[in-house]
Design a protein around this ligand. Structure first.
Ligand code: NIG
Ligand code: FE
Length: 383
């Protein structure tokens, strides 16, 4: 079944040959983009969708999310807003609730969040484990994540569980847990941070990930300066995420690497922390992605539009750079060339905004501007 979207006021393709087009149309066929051109000369299709002059852009690629969990940490958020610091210690609260939840409950909660994200324009989402922290609970989280996305990430190295020795736990993550998790994961991630995993343990986990054929991602330099970004670059990780506290050497390393710097300003918003300097990264030539980090502790939002607005207001990105970071940037962070762009042959994932241009995503913060979401060529959500 083919679908023609016509009378597009502004079409963001992220395709070097097509650029941004006005008065455009796009034909989706067989789950991919089949044609892009002027609306006036669009070919016929089985179905038509009139964009009525609105902006159309690639579906958002949320390359960093923790969606498989149970429990409630709203009181922890309220305490932070009253002055308590964020340390990551609350992760263990979610681990206890997640272990206690049934498969059905975890599946239903994940489904609700994925649907919530879709309604805000997210057509590709990465989902991490990391709230199980036993072999069985990590595998269970990854199995459930895999029901919703191909971009599953093993984050057994989220935090050392209470009453467990850090070296013994790292050995478990690298050994039995990694072996059991790897068949269900595309990626491995490590929370490299004081209080979580230090440089030596991070290296061991990344090495084990490589041995199991997993791609690498690192939670790096979130709460303070540290070795995360350096290690991500040295190991050729696809992405170093957070990048809030960077040295000049970290920025240099990123700028001469293929490692994407993924900004997660929802976390700084929800932990009342200083935001990462996205301008500095872009000016240095670093590829930047923008993602939600949706999780119950540091950033309980599935809204990429909110993150776009924050990245513009707080991280120094222009509105256009922020939209590119949330589409093409996210795709690059996941090493995907089929999403995040709308060239011919790309996956037929797009968003029709209730607005004439992409600038409105930052210009009208908090306003639901996602009108229609098409995924794999099908209209999956409509306001
Ligand atoms: O990316 N930093 C580590 N993990 C999450 C927070 C997890 C939590 O607080 O539950 C993050 O911010
Ligand atoms: Fe995270």
């Amino acid at each position: 079944m083919s679908l023609l979207v016509h009378d597009i006021g502004e079409l963001i393709t992220n395709d070097p040959g097509l650029g941004t087009r006005t008065d455009a149309a796009i034909v989706l066929d067989g789950g991919v983009v089949a044609w892009v051109g002027p609306s006036a000369s669009a070919p016929a299709a089985d179905e038509a969708l009139d964009a009525e002059g609105a902006a159309v852009l690639p579906g958002f690629v949320d390359s960093h999310a923790h969606l498989v969990f149970a429990g409630d940490r709203s009181a922890e958020f309220a305490a932070r807003m009253a002055g308590a610091p964020y340390t990551g210690g609350g992760i263990r609260t979610t681990v206890a609730a997640t272990r206690a939840a049934s498969d059905a409950e975890l599946r239903a909660r994940t489904a609700r969040l994925v649907r919530e994200a879709l309604a805000q324009g997210t057509t590709t989402v990465e989902i991490k484990s990391g709230y199980g922290l036993t072999v069985a609970d990590e595998v269970r989280s990854l199995r459930i994540a895999g029901e919703f996305t191909a971009e599953t990430t093993f984050l057994g190295a989220h935090v050392v569980p209470a009453d467990v020795d850090a070296d013994a736990y790292t050995a478990l993550v690298c050994g039995e847990m990694m072996a059991a998790a790897a068949p269900h994961a595309r990626w491995v991630d490590v929370f490299c941070e004081t209080g979580a995993f230090d440089a030596t343990r991070t290296e061991a986990i990344l090495r084990a990930g490589i041995a199991h054929g997993l791609g690498l991602r690192v939670h790096a330099n979130q709460l303070g300066p540290g070795p995360g970004v350096r290690l991500a670059v040295e190991f050729g990780a696809a992405s170093a995420d957070h990048c809030t506290h960077l040295s000049a050497a970290d920025v240099d390393a990123l700028s001469t690497s293929d490692t994407v710097a993924t900004l997660l300003p929802g976390a700084e918003f929800s932990t009342r922390s200083p935001y990462p300097d996205g301008r500095r990264l872009l000016d240095a030539g670093v590829t930047v992605a923008l993602a939600t980090d949706c999780n119950p502790g540091s950033s309980f939002t599935t809204s990429v539009p909110l993150c776009i607005a924050l990245a513009v207001r707080e991280c120094g990105l222009t509105p256009t750079e922020a939209v590119v970071a949330a589409t093409l940037g996210g795709a690059t962070a996941l090493r995907r060339t089929d999403v995040g762009r709308l060239g011919v042959g790309a996956r037929a994932d797009l968003v029709v905004l209730d607005a004439p241009s992409h600038l409105y995503l930052a210009y009208r913060p908090g306003v639901p501007l996602v009108g229609t979401v098409v995924r794999n060529g099908e209209i999956e959500w409509k306001r």
